[in-house]
Design a protein around this ligand. Sequence first.
Ligand SMILES: C[S@@+](CC[C@H](N)C(=O)[O-])C[C@H]1O[C@@H](n2cnc3c(N)ncnc32)[C@H](O)[C@@H]1O
Length: 274
Amino acid sequence: MTRRHPDPWRDADAQTNLEQMAAGLESRGRTPAQARLRRRFLRFIPVKAGDRVLEVGCGTGVVVRDLVTLVGRGGAVVGVDSSRLLLDRARRLCREAASRARVALRVGDGARLPFAASRFDSALAITVILHVADPLRVVREMARVTRSGGHVGVQDQDFGVVAVTHPDRELTDRIMHGVAAHIYAEPHSGRRLPGLLRSVGLEGVRLLTDVYQDTTLEPWTKTFLERRAERAVGFGIVNERTAARWLDGFTELVAQGAFVLTLNYYGAVGTKPN
Ligand SMILES: C[S@@+](CC[C@H](N)C(=O)[O-])C[C@H]1O[C@@H](n2cnc3c(N)ncnc32)[C@H](O)[C@@H]1O
């Protein structure tokens, strides 16, 4: 029997809660502080009117819809994802956007992109590199399909830099660090992105560090913490009672107006040399 990888994004189509995962992407996409930091990164690259842009790991198409607004009628947006089921949702959710620019959504692996060299002005991957088996190979592929002078941009959270208020600090650290260590090969993926881009020969690498800040327990943050609690039980880090007590701790802080969660996002951009 093959053991399933603990990171559900490695093989979304094999998950029993795919509907919940897709809803989570959309919920994150709608969260104002998330939308701001995502769009700030797209401007930082920068994506311009008329560009041909590739997004690797497009999921339900949250970023594809932002990209359509930026590239406009003269531009084109191509989304690739290894999940056929998420792409089905992306096709539905991007229908309106596809009337405002050329949009193509394709099943494909970021480590073997189904495109000829130098086809795109920019190739992006947003909260994807953290999840892939071979980040170097994916970034090398992104550089291959980008034209000389074009940009490769990658943005990831960094699970070494989650700050959250809770009455039990030791328990919070045990759950947050423990779960991240079980799921990700490199929980500090975000801070390593500039080095990753340089290692595939990209030039003029720049970094934009941004912070997701939540003081009200947004629906996406709530789901994120609930999922961490559930996974902590699954990995044997805590029992169900402790996980429930941990979640109650956040609810109390929200009621007191004392809840804070911040999560660092690192966005790196490099230029393909001639
Ligand atoms: C956390 S989601 C991010 C989706 C989207 N970029 C966003 O920000 O809403 C990660 C996505 O990467 C996709 N993915 C994971 N490994 C992949 C690979 N090797 N090639 C292409 N897509 C991959 C997953 O199926 C999933 O849709």
